[in-house]
Design a protein around this ligand. Sequence first.
Ligand code: CMC
Length: 430
Amino acid sequence: MSAKTGSFTFGDKTIELPVKTGTIGPSVVDIGKLYAQAGMFTFDPGYTSTASCESEITYIDGDKGVLLYRGYPIEQIAERGDFLETCYLLLYGELPSAAQKKDFDHRITRHTMVHEQLASFLHGLRRDSHPMAVLVASVGALSAFYHDSTDISDRNQRMTASFRLIGKMPTLAAMAYKYSIGQPFVYPKNDLDYSSNFLRMCYAVPCEEFRINPVFARALDRIFILHADHEQNASTSTVRLAGSSGANPFACIAAGVACLWGPAHGGANEAALKMLMEIGTVENIPKFIARAKDKNDPFRLMGFGHRVYKNYDPRAKIMQRTCHEVLNELGDKDNPLLEVAIGLEKIALSDEYFIEKKLYPNVDFYSGITLRAMGFPVSMFTALFAVARTAGWIAQWKEMIEDPGQKIGRPRQLYTGPARRDYVPIERRA
Ligand code: CMC
């Protein structure tokens, strides 16, 4: 990273600040000394022009619709790689050799089971709990079970916590699902690959032989790859902020799961599918497009628009292909929801409102139809996203902890409340 300087004039003061340049992407102005020099803070709620950290993990060019994991385009990884290879790449920075991959798969697999008492913990939750509520609780509860991997100053413990989180997340998500439908938990089966194992834990029952559909397993693996990391999004920034205080990794990832739940973030796939079901038929599309454009109507096209992508989300293209593969496998090429989605996309992409605001389909637009076709209920969609994003959260958390310049995250504010005033005893208040 090379450094230059830039100067700014505020009133009669000229302030010189360092400008840092990364490998690709916009440079940043380092304002760390701004307050000391100018007595002012910067103001950027929503971080629209603020880089919160340095990172070597994921790069997005939102204008061109580019997404790179450690430099590798998402299209190539999704086409040729698998999810555990993606986890290795995110964690270690390089693609594994065949021997490294075998060893990594084995390590993750050894950590797929959860402590038996976690099942009792889950039984304390209401039967109709949302799977994300179960996931927030159970991931946080991992800190209560795995004391030997909560010391963040110990590299081995950090690695063990990383393996545990990647390994146990599908088990916990599947348990959340089984709990919600009143079926017994299914233990992981370690001779299966990551996605097949997850499908089995979700759909197998003790009274029948379960056959894994390889097309579904490959589709799910690709969905996991597409969702594995997305640089400093809201949940990842939450994980980093929680971790900056020195909190243990299980607590930090639980914070990430909580943030992901919101409909503007990981909850959008659930919202997008509900919207497609509400639209119902192609004839209703113009009515919903008109609502999305109406300033007085809070309705938005879910699965459309993105803070960073001002072009087609590259993940959405792969997701659309995966959706077709799953529906073909089911012999459901004329799926009415897919028809609505394709029709909606076509109209929106040629509408002046969406063109001018650069609103394109994002990854969530087609993921809901795909997951539903694979048999997942809508309430599980965000939990699946959480399973995948755990890879990115943990890689970003590790990068932060291992950065020698790391500090606790502590934003400042523009105070707009009352100025100093004296306390009034209750009997003298109006
Ligand atoms: N439908 C209709 N209008 C929209 C939409 C939409 N989906 N998204 C943005 N706009 C309009 C918005 O009303 C605003 O108009 P104006 O400038 O006239 O006020 C303009 O576009 C900019 O919107 P914004 O809310 O200021 O943009 P943002 O960068 O803060 O929001 C977003 C990004 C993803 C929250 C937003 O596009 C949205 O709510 N989309 C629907 C939810 C969704 O699909 N979220 C998933 C994101 S991808 C998954 C992930 O990475 O977590």
